[in-house]
Design a binder for this molecule. Sequence first.
Ligand SMILES: Nc1nc2c(ncn2[C@@H]2O[C@H](COP(=O)(O)OP(=O)(O)OP(=O)(O)O)[C@@H](O)[C@H]2O)c(=O)[nH]1
Ligand SMILES: [Mg+2]
Length: 124
Amino acid sequence: MRKPVVALVGRPNVGKSTLFNRLSGGRSAIVADRPGVTRDRIYRDVEWDGHTFTLIDTGGLFLQDADFREHIEEQVTTAIQEADVIVLVVDAQVGPTTKDLQVAQVLLKSNKNTVIAANKVDEF
Ligand SMILES: Nc1nc2c(ncn2[C@@H]2O[C@H](COP(=O)(O)OP(=O)(O)OP(=O)(O)O)[C@@H](O)[C@H]2O)c(=O)[nH]1
Ligand SMILES: [Mg+2]
C-alpha cells in the first residue's frame, strides 16, 4: 500500500531541512544558516508517533537573486502535487513575512490539506 506523503514547504531558511532530519532521524538534508541551501527535493520514509509516511524536504520558495530559483520552484511544485498533506513551515522568531504569505497563496491554490508549523520557538 502506498504510504501517505507529507511535504515540507516554505520560504528559504525557515528550518525545513532541520525538521526533515529530525523527523527522519538522519542527516540526509544539508542545513546551513543561509537561504537557498536545499535545491532538489529529498524523500525519506518516516515513522513518527506510530504513523508511517513518506516525508519530502523541498527548497525554499521565492528565493532572491538566484539563477536556480526556477529549478527549486519546479521541484517544489512536483512535491506539492505528490503530497497528501503539506506542512507550511514558518520561522516564529522572524514572524510572518510577505514571502510566507506568498507561499500560503501557492498552497491555497493547490487545494491540498495544509498545516502550519511555527518553527524555531526554542530561542526567543
Ligand atoms: N533556533 C533554531 N534554529 C533552527 C531551527 N531549525 C533550523 N534552525 C536554523 O535555521 C537555519 C536554516 O535551517 P535549514 O534547515 O537549512 O533551513 P531550510 O528551510 O531548509 O533552508 P533552505 O533549504 O535554504 O530553504 C540553520 O542555521 C538552522 O540551524 C530551530 O528549530 N531552532
Ligand atoms: Mg533546506
